[in-house]
Design a protein around this ligand. Structure first.
Ligand SMILES: Nc1nc2c(c(=O)[nH]1)N[C@@H](CN(C=O)c1ccc(C(=O)N[C@@H](CCC(=O)O)C(=O)O)cc1)CN2
Ligand SMILES: NCC(=O)N[C@@H]1O[C@H](COP(=O)([O-])[O-])[C@@H](O)[C@H]1O
Length: 242
C-alpha cells in the first residue's frame, strides 16, 4: 500500500478527487496517509477529516510560525525564525507523520525552499522539531535521519508549461485571452523543482477559452479537467515507484 501525502491551502476539490480515486481503486493500492494545510480555514482539512476512514491532518501556518520563540544557535545565542525553518518543519511533518511514497501539492500556495527539497531528496537529514509538534491528529513515529530513495513531489498548476508560472494563473490566462494574446490555456501536473512550475511535466491538458465566457465559467471548466489530471498523474507516478 503506497502512502500519499497531500499539501493544500484551500477548498481541496483536487484532494477530494484523490480521496475518491483511492477509495474506488482508480488509484490502486494507495491511501492518503496525511493532509497538511498552511491555512487553518482550508476546507480541504474538513474533507480529509470527513473521509472514510478519516485521514490524519496537520496544520502549520507561516506567519504565526515566524513570530514564534527565537531558535537557539550553536554558540548559545538565539536567532529569529526564517522561512527555511518553516519549510524544514513542514518537511519533518510530511516525513514523520505521513511516511510518504509520493507528495502531491494540490493547491499548496507556498513556494517551497531548497531546504525542503533537500530533505525530500535525501541530501540533508530530517530536522528535529523546533517545539513540541503542533496539535495534530497524525501519529508521530521515528524516521530515518536521511530519506532514501528520494520522495517525488508533484504539483498541479492551472496553466500550460512555461505559460503562466506562479499564482493567479487562471486570471492571467483569461486576461491574456481578452487581450487577444492567446486562444487557449490548460493545466499540468509536473514534478516540483526549485524553479516554480518549471519541473518536468507529467500530464498536460489543453483547454479552449471560449469567446464571451466569464472567468468563473472558465475556472469551472478548468477545475473539472484538473480533477481528472491530478488522479491520472498521481497514478502514473505511483506506477513508477517500486
Ligand atoms: N519550489 C517550488 N515550490 C512550489 C512549486 C514549485 O514548482 N516549486 N509549485 C507551487 C504551486 N504554485 C503554482 O503551481 C504556486 C503557489 C504559490 C505561489 C506564490 O507566489 N506563493 C506566495 C504566497 C502566496 C499566498 O500565500 O497567497 C509565496 O509562497 O510567497 C507561486 C506558485 C507550490 N510551491
Ligand atoms: N499555482 C498553484 C495553483 O494555482 N493551484 C491551483 O489551486 C487550486 C486548488 O483548488 P482546490 O483547493 O479546490 O483543489 C487549483 O485550481 C490548482 O490548480
Amino acid at each position: 500500500m503506497k502512502n500519499i501525502v497531500v499539501l493544500i491551502s484551500g477548498s481541496g476539490s483536487n484532494l477530494q478527487a484523490l480521496i475518491d480515486a483511492c477509495a474506488s481503486s482508480d488509484i490502486p493500492d494507495a491511501r492518503i496517509s496525511l493532509v497538511i494545510s498552511n491555512r487553518k480555514a482550508a476546507f480541504g482539512l474538513v474533507r480529509a477529516q470527513s473521509a472514510t476512514p478519516p485521514i490524519p491532518t496537520d496544520y502549520l501556518a507561516l506567519a504565526p510560525f515566524l513570530k514564534g520563540p527565537e531558535i537557539a544557535t550553536d554558540d548559545g545565542s538565539t536567532r529569529p525564525r526564517t522561512r527555511a525553518d518553516y519549510d524544514l518543519q513542514v518537511a519533518r511533518m510530511v516525513v514523520q507523520h505521513g511516511r510518504p511514497d509520493l507528495i502531491v501539492l494540490a493547491g499548496w500556495m507556498h513556494i517551497l525552499s531548497p531546504e525542503f527539497l533537500d530533505v525530500l531528496e535525501g541530501k540533508t537529514a530530517v530536522p528535529p522539531p523546533i517545539q513540541p509538534a503542533p496539535e495534530t491528529s497524525a501519529s508521530t513515529t521515528a524516521t530515518p535521519a536521511r530519506i532514501s530513495p528520494k520522495i517525488p513531489i508533484i504539483n498541479l498548476h492551472p496553466a500550460l508549461p512555461g505559460a503562466f508560472d506562479g499564482a493567479n494563473a487562471i486570471q492571467r490566462a483569461y486576461d491574456a485571452f481578452q487581450a487577444g494574446e492567446i486562444n487557449k490555456t490548460g493545466i499540468m501536473v509536473h514534478y516540483v523543482v526549485q524553479e516554480v512550475d518549471r519541473g518536468e511535466p507529467i500530464v498536460v491538458k489543453e483547454i479552449e477559452i471560449k469567446k464571451g465566457e466569464e472567468l468563473k465559467e472558465l475556472e469551472a471548466r478548468i477545475h473539472q479537467v484538473e480533477h481528472v489530471a491530478i488522479v491520472e498523474a498521481t497514478k502514473k507516478v505511483l506506477e513508477g515507484i517500486s
